[in-house]
Design a protein around this ligand. Sequence first.
Ligand SMILES: CC(C)(COP(=O)(O)OP(=O)(O)OC[C@H]1O[C@@H](n2cnc3c(N)ncnc32)[C@H](O)[C@@H]1OP(=O)(O)O)[C@@H](O)C(=O)NCCC(=O)NCCS
Length: 150
Amino acid sequence: MGELRLEELSASTIVAANGLTLRPGQEAFVTPTSYAIADAYINPLTSWPRVVLDGDEVVGFIRGNFDPENAQPEFRSCVWRVNVAADAQGMGIGKFAIWALADEARSRGFTQLTVIWEPGEDGPEDFFLRVGFKVIGETQYGESIGALEL
Ligand SMILES: CC(C)(COP(=O)(O)OP(=O)(O)OC[C@H]1O[C@@H](n2cnc3c(N)ncnc32)[C@H](O)[C@@H]1OP(=O)(O)O)[C@@H](O)C(=O)NCCC(=O)NCCS
């Protein structure tokens, strides 16, 4: 693996990002119900989408949401989506993406980065805890709300 970097989406990388394949069983965890519902109401201008590149290859995708006025505190500075290509998982790419998003949040003056995930065997819970998120609550759909202090 070379040096990782984040880039804004372009016509070619967005196709690669949409085509990232996950490991069996992971698809169900990519979009927690709370995000799927809120997506219909979220202003696209608050979205911060980036691809993770290893050389010229798209190996991951992360989308943050920065919306300081949002009525729901867990949507103000958060990880909306993060996924890493099946064959590139377990090599630190997810952690790199979260830390880059955390840097962006910090530079915007936020003191916390939050994320919502669905508990489950093939889900991302252990990843988020390992990266430093602490569980601070639960949504009405039984999902965990995690927070990383910046
Ligand atoms: C969750 C996901 C993004 C993690 O990406 P990744 O690149 O494989 O994770 P990393 O290699 O950066 O792992 C960072 C740390 O978390 C740990 N970790 C990652 N996944 C883990 C798991 N399933 N169980 C236990 N530990 C895990 C790693 O061992 C590593 O620990 P270390 O810092 O001690 O070395 C990836 O598995 C994925 O794309 N999942 C499917 C999509 C998804 O569920 N997204 C979340 C939606 S909210």
